[in-house]
Design a protein around this ligand. Structure first.
Ligand SMILES: Cc1cc2nc3c(=O)[nH]c(=O)nc-3n(C[C@H](O)[C@H](O)[C@H](O)COP(=O)(O)OP(=O)(O)OC[C@H]3O[C@@H](n4cnc5c(N)ncnc54)[C@H](O)[C@@H]3O)c2cc1C
Length: 511
């Protein structure tokens, strides 16, 4: 009898536990709440602005990529405490959370269907002698102005100029025209402060409890392309010890934590700058010159093709392409360029104002490209960010030629030739849209086969995350997955970016 009672009690307890875990399970499978439900509940737990009106949701449904995804709610946290509350809420209801800077990213990495965290209120700047501590929502343009008064600059300078935020630059591991001299964001972060998916504040470098993940990263059981910049996957190749964990966050696209503050290196503003504009008949001629030019230690080597040159207000001898080669005070013997180039130097400029004007032509390459497409054409941002070892640019051009001939594509080419990072933008006709995935796969396979990376600075996002496993071997990809699981075991933070089990390259395209 006593045994019967005990057995009955055990069964009741078991059922109670089963029900509890069943509800817990259900909680994660709750059908998507209405935007107004999410918004109203969020507004009860935090005092920061929360918007879920149609206009705001539409505004945040796009960035500079070719995709569109309408979020449920947009939140504007004022401080870390707001971020922590929102993360905990998102985790409880299993709602995806995507941090966003200025939305100038080109691969849809700042788009999400759940809560968007607009980080604009993280806007503090604290100057140091050779470093700056900066809130993730600070616009680069504002930081540049403040640093200018101090006679200093930050290194990475995306062509979008002042309009991107520091958080977004961290998210994509941004670089730019002068990455040849200063590297990408990953080479310039000194410290990162962020909130992980459990709502814990983490400061890297610093003590990190999970020794296991550090061991896995440090096992060096991974293979990475030997290129000067790379925004594909998690950059575990740069994490040699616990002291390098901040580098893991560069290019992590908001998938490991919400960055609130970073410390970046600063440099004296360059002086004694000289810019050469060199004309070549073909891209191949220009590409062959680049390794020789690099021996002179220029601060920038940029390339634009004939689609761009026709918009440039400068006397150009004939259709062809241009290399912009800049030297600053760190250069060795800049005059050597006359001896080594096979192209024609059509301009030498030393006036800061005029150099700025010439760079503005190069920075407008994307806008000029868009001007060149007709009504029935489109230019999705998909395969536009290849990076290869500089000596292999001619091979990259060959691969591009093969793919474009096979599919009958017109391609616009410009970019950071000094880094082997070329933005190759195929112009597609409406009827080609069904071929996007095939074209991308073929082109990416070519890049990988010559030791390159499918993205040098724009990141993976919706356009490329499914191809990350094409670039890396199974062991490396498995470490990526473990890294994601360590920081975000329930896959709340920007899900589907970098680690992706679904194909997103053509879903949600707005073209
Ligand atoms: C015309 C044009 C030219 C460009 N030229 C260049 C170039 O030369 N070089 C280059 O590198 N890029 C370039 N880009 C791409 C883009 O401008 C950069 O990637 C930029 O750094 C993105 O900044 P953002 O503030 O707009 O970020 P967003 O687009 O808002 O976000 C980018 C990523 O960062 C994440 N993120 C944002 N804030 C945070 C945060 N606080 N914590 C964690 N994650 C966060 C987002 O989730 C997303 O994954 C260009 C874009 C355009 C439109």
């Amino acid at each position: 009898m006593v045994e019967c009672i005990i057995l009955h009690k055990i069964l009741r307890i078991k059922t109670w536990f089963a029900k509890k875990s069943f509800f817990k399970h259900l909680e994660h499978k709750i059908p998507a709440m209405k935007p107004s439900d999410v918004g109203q509940r969020l507004a009860k737990i935090t005092k920061c602005a929360i918007s879920w009106d149609e206009h705001t949701r539409k505004f945040y449904s796009v960035d500079a990529s070719s995709y569109t995804i309408k979020p449920q709610v947009v939140a504007f946290p004022r401080n870390e405490s707001d971020v922590i509350k929102i993360i905990k809420f998102a985790k409880r209801y299993h709602i995806p959370l995507t941090p966003r800077g200025a939305g100038t990213g080109l691969v849809g990495s700042a788009l999400g269907r759940g809560i968007i965290l607009d980080m604009r209120n993280f806007d503090k700047i604290k100057l140091g002698a050779s470093q700056v501590e900066v809130g993730s929502g600070v616009f680069k343009g504002r930081l540049d102005k403040i640093l200018k008064k101090q006679g200093r600059v930050i290194g990475p300078d995306p062509s979008i100029g002042p309009f991107c935020t520091i958080g977004g630059m961290i998210g994509t591991n941004a670089s730019g025209i002068h990455s040849l001299k200063y590297g990408s964001i990953i080479d310039n972060i000194v410290q990162v402060r962020m909130i992980d998916s459990s709502g814990h504040v983490i400061k890297f470098p610093g003590r990190y409890d999970s020794k296991d993940i550090i061991k896995k990263i440090q096992s060096r059981n991974h293979t990475f392309p030997k290129v000067s910049k790379n925004s594909c996957g998690y950059r575990i190749d740069k994490v040699l010890s616990e002291n390098d964990l901040h580098k893991l966050i560069a290019g992590s696209e908001g998938t490991l934590g919400i960055v609130t503050t970073v410390k970046l290196k600063t440099y004296p503003s360059p002086k004694n700058v000289l810019l050469y504009v060199i004309h070549y008949d073909t891209l191949l001629d220009a590409a062959r010159d680049v390794p020789k030019i690099l021996e002179l230690k220029p601060s920038a080597v940029e390339l634009v093709d004939s689609n761009i040159t026709k918009h440039i207000k400068m006397k150009i001898p004939s259709i062809g392409c241009l290399l912009f080669v800049e030297f600053d005070n760190t250069a060795q013997d800049r005059k050597q360029i006359y001896k080594i180039t096979s192209g024609k130097i059509i301009k030498t400029e030393s006036s800061a104002v005029k150099i700025k004007k010439i760079w503005s032509f190069r920075n407008s390459a994307l806008a000029y490209s868009l001007q060149s497409i007709t009504k029935n054409e489109t230019m999705p941002t998909l395969i536009e960010d290849a990076v290869v070892p500089v000596k292999r640019i001619p091979l990259l051009l060959k691969i591009l030629d093969m793919v474009s001939k096979k599919y009958g594509l017109r391609v616009i080419v410009y970019g950071h030739a000094g880094n082997g990072n070329l933005h190759m933008r195929p112009v597609l006709r409406q009827k080609d849209l069904g071929l996007i995935k095939e074209i991308a796969k073929e082109f990416f396979s070519g890049i990988i086969s010559i030791g390159g990376s499918i993205t040098g600075e724009h990141g993976d996002g919706l356009a490329r995350s499914e191809f990350v496993k094409l670039q890396y071997d199974a062991k490396t990809y498995s470490i990526f997955k473990q890294v994601k699981k360590q920081f975000d075991p329930e896959n709340i933070l920007n899900p589907g970016k970098i680690i992706s089990s679904k194909s997103t390259v053509t879903r949600n395209l707005k073209i």
